[in-house]
Design a protein around this ligand. Structure first.
Ligand SMILES: [Zn+2]
Length: 147
């Protein structure tokens, strides 16, 4: 296996430390980096998996992008698209739902589209999720050109 970040060949122990835990093969150095991002932002594993799946398709996502107000799981700043991975869907409270809506509204005012994706969609339908996001990106690019 090779590191998804730098393309370096990784050995068995590196594979076990990374792929078996994150679902993404990373070298020791990049595993450390991603672990720090997860610790700092409480990033869902599915966001990491989606980030690398999008990159594998030639997209240029940013992981845990600070929009000036909050950290966005995955962002495409050129087309102003924010992607948030929702975990614990069943446990969502009124307060959290309202907070999410207010955040989406805040981003929308700044010209950003926010797409919320349930973590299980990433887990079980990764390819479809990636394709849908790529379609959204190309639609947003078209809209930008029209304006
Ligand atoms: Zn690496």
């Amino acid at each position: 296996m090779t590191c998804k970040e730098c393309g370096k060949n990784i050995g068995r122990s590196e594979q076990e430390a990374s792929y078996d835990v994150l679902g993404v093969p990373l070298c020791t150095r990049h595993l450390k980096l991603i672990k720090r991002i997860i610790l700092n932002n409480n990033t869902p594993l599915e966001a990491i998996q989606l980030y690398y799946a999008l990159r594998a398709k030639g997209a240029q996502p940013m992981l845990e992008w600070w929009d000036g107000n909050k950290s966005v799981d995955i962002a495409f700043s050129r087309v102003k698209l924010n992607i948030e991975i929702d975990t614990d869907y069943n446990l969502i409270t009124h307060e959290q739902a309202l907070k999410d809506l207010e955040e989406s509204m805040h981003s929308f005012k700044n010209g950003f589209t926010t797409v919320r994706i349930p973590h299980l969609t990433v887990k079980y339908y990764l390819d479809d999720t990636v394709q849908n996001i790529l379609d959204i990106i190309s639609s947003l690019k078209t809209n930008i050109k029209v304006i």
